[in-house]
Design a protein. Sequence first.
Length: 236
Amino acid sequence: MRINKYIATSGIASRRKAEEFVTLGKVKVNGRMVKDLAYNVKKTDIVTVDGKKIDVLSEHVYLMLHKPKGYICSNSDEKGRKTVLELVKGRYEKMRLFTVGRLDYDTEGLIILTTDGDMANKITHPSFEMPKKYIAKIEGEITSDEIKKISDGIILDGVVTKPCKVRLLNFEDNISRLQVVITEGRNRQVRRMFENINREVIFLKRTEIGNIRLGGLTRGTFRELNKKELLFLKRL
Ligand code: URA
């Protein structure tokens, strides 16, 4: 197996990042620095990155997690806020997990975590236009004009958002509950689209990424993706 693939399979980095490790001279095979990306790792080889031995996983791990509000999607936070990785327990705790995309601090819902950095990069690449479904609540009754504005596209940072699907689910106790499906993943996109029409999102939850649904998973808990969900990701 090619050296970068071998390192990526261990779960510590994506293939691209692994290539960087090799070219930067951080990788040694049997104690010798290897900078040749064409190097094929043999079964008996001992590979280290920054002096740490690489153990290849037989298979990558793919998890879904119900992120609660008040957690960030990052490995660490300079402000000391809690991270979604703190919710991962058991044998998964020691793994180098990547979040597939991000949810902001105040948003809850579906997050996919994986040791497969290549897959994480692939799914979040803008060219994929992966549909992501959200439930958003705003105060007051949204008008069909406002829904059309957001669906057609809103200028954020000088660039128009791609057309998206917005549907009013119900209006109760002066709250409009909406379903929003976007195919981009710009920073705080749903909140900012509504801010742009002077509406504040008071609740935001992601319920689906492509064919993968959060379903009844309890807030703050996680589970492994099942075969059907994995197949969906692998066929991308
Ligand atoms: N849109 C947002 O505003 N926040 C998220 O976390 C995801 C999409």
